[in-house]
Design a protein around this ligand. Structure first.
Ligand SMILES: NC(=O)c1ccc[n+]([C@@H]2O[C@H](COP(=O)([O-])OP(=O)(O)OC[C@H]3O[C@@H](n4cnc5c(N)ncnc54)[C@H](OP(=O)(O)O)[C@@H]3O)[C@@H](O)[C@H]2O)c1
Length: 325
């Protein structure tokens, strides 16, 4: 395993394991086996959210499963646990965005307590604002996150699904209030670029809530080295591996250039005797500023494939080819 530093002070594994489907479509036994294997391979960075589970059952199922697992293994202190608030439904059974809890101060203060209880821990290592919420004053949201950090209820704070100008504003507002700033950005990011209309953060293709990490985010990260990108859905939910799973058109990935880029990915994978998934992860691990892939697995064999990506070395020529396709 490789390791990285986030927030200038916490060491985490260079791969972050996503648990979005744990307790839902990934049953307890399989999820437990994946978690055990991840930790055995040196993984320390685990991602969940207070709304995970709400599409198939109850929000919070993933956090509860993680809490039970940490309790049974007694390994909480070796882990960096990230969770999120803001996108949990207030209408159980209906996860539509109109019912999301949002990012008001009262929501954040109550959501963090519920997450701590479900996880069975006394401090969250990294707490994210899950999805930018433009109907709440940003100063209220960053003030609430900053207070949690000052109280020690959470260690690092971060945000997810946000445009670069809103990120900069949030950090500036936190500085004005004298509270901690977000130091981790969690954004959708994979090897394929979505079409420009989907990429600009005000997507006409795809959902307006989920801007892909784009050139402006990278410019920002380049200038703000205290901030780290955690890249979610790097494997495009299986599209690089499953011929029957086309690149998701609703997110802007199914366009002619994407197929050209995919062909280069496949060529490099073939040269290395690796899979396209592994090359996507390795390509991210070779980037500067640092990118931490946040991937999902629904079986131990999928996990093993992802873990092996840390061993892959891409030379400068391969990186150039991948970058410029
Ligand atoms: N901040 C946010 O808004 C946000 C949004 C989404 C996700 N996330 C986080 O990111 C994590 C990862 O998201 P994701 O699941 O979309 O990521 P992903 O890594 O793009 O996709 C994971 C899925 O890809 C498939 N897969 C993985 N390895 C494979 C292999 N070797 N062969 C074939 N298929 C393979 C599996 O699908 P099958 O199970 O169908 O085989 C697996 O569940 C989540 O768990 C969550 O923690 C955050």
């Amino acid at each position: 395993m490789l390791y990285r530093t986030i927030g200038n002070r916490r060491t985490v594994s260079a791969l972050c394991l996503g648990t979005m489907n744990f307790g839902g479509t990934t049953d307890h036994e399989t999820a437990t086996a994946i978690l055990d294997r991840f930790v055995a391979a040196g993984g320390t960075f685990i991602d969940t959210a207070n709304n995970y589970g709400q599409w198939t059952g109850d929000a919070g199922e993933s956090e509860e499963l993680l809490g039970r697992w940490m309790h049974s293994r007694g390994n909480r202190d070796q882990l960096v646990i990230a969770t999120k608030c803001g996108a949990k439904t207030t209408m159980p059974g209906n996860p539509d965005d109109e019912y999301w809890e949002g990012l008001g101060a009262a929501v954040i203060e109550s959501a963090v307590k519920d997450s701590l209880t479900r996880l069975g821990i006394d401090r969250i290592d990294l707490y994210y604002a899950h999805i930018d919420n433009r109907s709440t004053p940003l100063e209220e949201t960053v003030g609430a996150f900053g207070r949690l950090a000052a109280e020690g209820v959470v260690d690092l704070i971060g945000c997810s699904n946000i445009t670069s100008w809103r990120l900069e504003r949030a950090r500036q507002l936190a500085a004005d209030q004298g509270v901690a700033q977000y130091s981790v950005l969690q954004q959708r990011y994979t090897y394929l670029w979505p079409s420009p209309l989907a990429q600009d953060g005000l997507q006409r293709l795809g959902s307006p809530h989920f801007p892909h990490a784009g050139v402006e985010h990278f410019d920002y990260l380049d200038e703000h080295r205290d901030m780290t990108l955690v890249a979610y859905s790097p494997l495009l939910a299986g599209s690089y591996s499953h011929p029957e799973r086309p690149f998701p058109a609703e997110r802007g990935y199914a366009h002619p250039t994407a197929y050209v880029r995919f062909e280069v990915l496949r060529q490099v994978a073939q040269e290395l005797g690796a899979t396209p998934n592994q090359v996507v992860l390795a390509w991210m691990l070779h980037q500067d500023p640092v990118v931490i892939p946040l991937f999902g697995a629904s079986s131990v064999s999928q996990l093993d494939e992802a873990l092996d990506a840390v061993e892959i070395r891409l030379d400068a020529e391969q990186m150039d080819r991948l970058n410029n396709a």
